[in-house]
Design a protein around this ligand. Structure first.
Ligand code: AHR
Length: 490
């Protein structure tokens, strides 16, 4: 067993970890909304106004901070008026991006914003730039957020909602370099400014940012759009196990080599954050524009026999370690990363929740979000850890990832993961000037491809971890192979 030295300097406060880094994304795609969140009032599945009670409770338990909706690619095909008013009159449309299925619009603006209120999270609405108009977007914002008298607010009241909702974040389009209209950055930045001027009512406007590490797009946006016009620039990057979109790799049956390759690929997020930050820094030294990683996660092949347009995959211990690596990176970069939204919340891609009829399962990724939740709104403090490199087929990557924060009550939270499948690490951690008296910890550890399913929902769950010794300014423990550990010091 290798011993690794770790140091934490709790006096070196680096940045606030916005709660929105623990955000989520729900698109009209496959069974994310329909079946996953919304089952309709007449369903035998317990619900309030059609929204699943079990899902709301699970989301409240992890203090879900923000939810992005209605897409994704769907957002740039969405006409909000189709989703308001009596359900029987709502227009049925074809979901052109996701399986060509009929979208009956029974889940629309009211259902989404009421859902956010029930969960207690901020709303992040993506406007339709690709196939909509500035006027349509401006009227939607007015409908949702205005307290004044106007035809839009009258319409809202007629549809049963007196008070405006709070929409904290608005995204001006989605992937407008791709499914959102195949625009170039010049064209999009001009269009962005038009939407910025008229689509008012949210606290923060977020522009479409780069596809993965496209620094050219970021450069163009940062040079053409100022901090008074955008508060966030979004970024999308997915981890694909094989790095090949035609054959992404299975979400359940994969070898140890594939496990390592996937995690090696996910560390590319660190490169992206560094490169993107460098460009943003040149134009915005004061960090007024946040990097908003509003789509990230593992994208594998769909489960055999399921609709290829529904992006349904399972979730294993590999997803848990991958989530821990990315969340630790976002924490470490929280001076620039102001929000991140894993894709997607229920039944799609790296979901935290899977449903099948009335059954619901919390995936290993859900448990990582649960274990990391104490970082929300805390202050990132300096930490460093000696590391061991793992040699994967596609390159090397660090075995250990970590981040440390101190919350408003002075409690310290350490989250640390070990990607190795054959090595435990003895960690000796120095915390100078530590006055902590008690330590407690939870661990998530199982075989690398272990998962929770509807017959065995609790195969991968966090357990209490007693193996930590705190003596004065020193913390020591053994970090098991293939694990995610969350430590609290009081
Ligand atoms: O999350 C699935 C899709 O991935 C989204 O609709 C799109 O924005 C991205 O390409």
């Amino acid at each position: 067993m290798a011993d690794l030295k770790m140091t934490i300097d709790k006096t070196n406060r680096i940045s606030k970890i916005n709660k929105e880094i623990y955000g989520h994304f729900a698109e009209h795609l496959g069974r994310c909304i329909y079946g996953g969140i919304y089952v309709g009032k007449d369903s035998p599945i317990p619900n309030v106004n059609g929204i699943r009670t079990d899902v709301v409770e699970a989301l409240k338990a992890i203090k879900l901070p923000v939810l992005r909706w209605p897409g994704g690619c769907f957002a740039d095909t969405y006409h909000w008026r189709d989703g308001i008013g009596p359900k029987e009159n709502r227009k049925k449309i074809v979901n052109i991006h996701w399986g060509g299925v009929t979208e009956d619009n029974s889940f629309g603006t009211h259902e989404f914003l009421d859902f956010c209120e029930a969960v207690g999270c901020e709303a992040y609405v993506a406007l339709n730039v690709g196939s909509g108009t500035v006027q349509e977007a401006a009227e939607w914002m007015e409908y949702m957020t205005s307290a004044n008298e106007s035809p839009m607010t009258e319409l809202r009241k007629k549809n049963g909602r007196e008070k405006p909702w709070k929409v904290k974040y608005v995204g001006i389009g989605n992937e407008n370099w791709g499914c959102g209209g195949e625009m170039n950055a010049d064209f999009y930045s001009s269009l962005y400014k038009q939407y910025h001027c008229f689509a008012r009512g949210a606290e923060q406007q977020i522009a479409c940012g780069p596809n993965s590490n496209d620094v050219g797009w970021t450069e163009a946006m940062m040079s053409k759009v100022g901090a008074h016009q955008m508060q966030g620039l979004s970024l999308h990057h997915y981890t694909v196990p094989t790095n090949q979109w035609e054959h992404k790799g299975d979400s359940v049956s994969f070898s140890e080599d594939e496990y390592y390759n996937t995690l090696q690929h996910t560390w590319f997020m660190e490169r992206i954050l560094k490169d993107q930050e460098a460009v943003m820094q040149r134009y915005d030294n004061d960090h007024r524009i946040g990097l908003v990683v509003d789509e990230w996660g593992l994208w594998a092949d769909v489960i055999e026999g399921t609709n290829p347009g529904f992006l349904y995959q399972q979730n294993t211990m590999r997803d848990a370690v991958l989530a821990a690596i990315n969340l630790n990176l976002f924490n470490q970069h929280s001076s620039r990363v102001k929000m991140a939204n894993i894709a997607q919340m229920v039944n799609v891609l790296q979901a935290i929740i899977l449903t099948e009829g009335e059954k619901m399962v919390k995936t290993p990724t859900y448990h990582v979000f649960d274990m990391f939740k104490e970082h929300m709104e805390a202050e990132l403090v300096y930490s460093s850890c000696e590391n061991k490199e793992i040699e994967a087929k596609d390159g090397k990557f660090p075995a250990v990832s970590q981040s440390v924060s101190v919350d408003a009550d002075g409690k310290m939270h350490i989250t640390i993961s070990n990607a190795s499948l054959d090595e435990d690490f003895g960690i000796d951690c120095a915390i100078p000037r530590s006055e902590y008296k008690t330590v407690s910890a939870k661990i998530l550890t199982e075989k690398y491809n272990a998962l929770n399913d509807f017959d065995a929902p609790d195969r991968v769950v966090p357990k209490n971890f007693d193996g930590i010794k705190l003596s004065g300014e020193k913390l020591s423990f053994t970090l098991p192979r293939c694990s995610v550990l969350a430590i609290e010091l009081c």
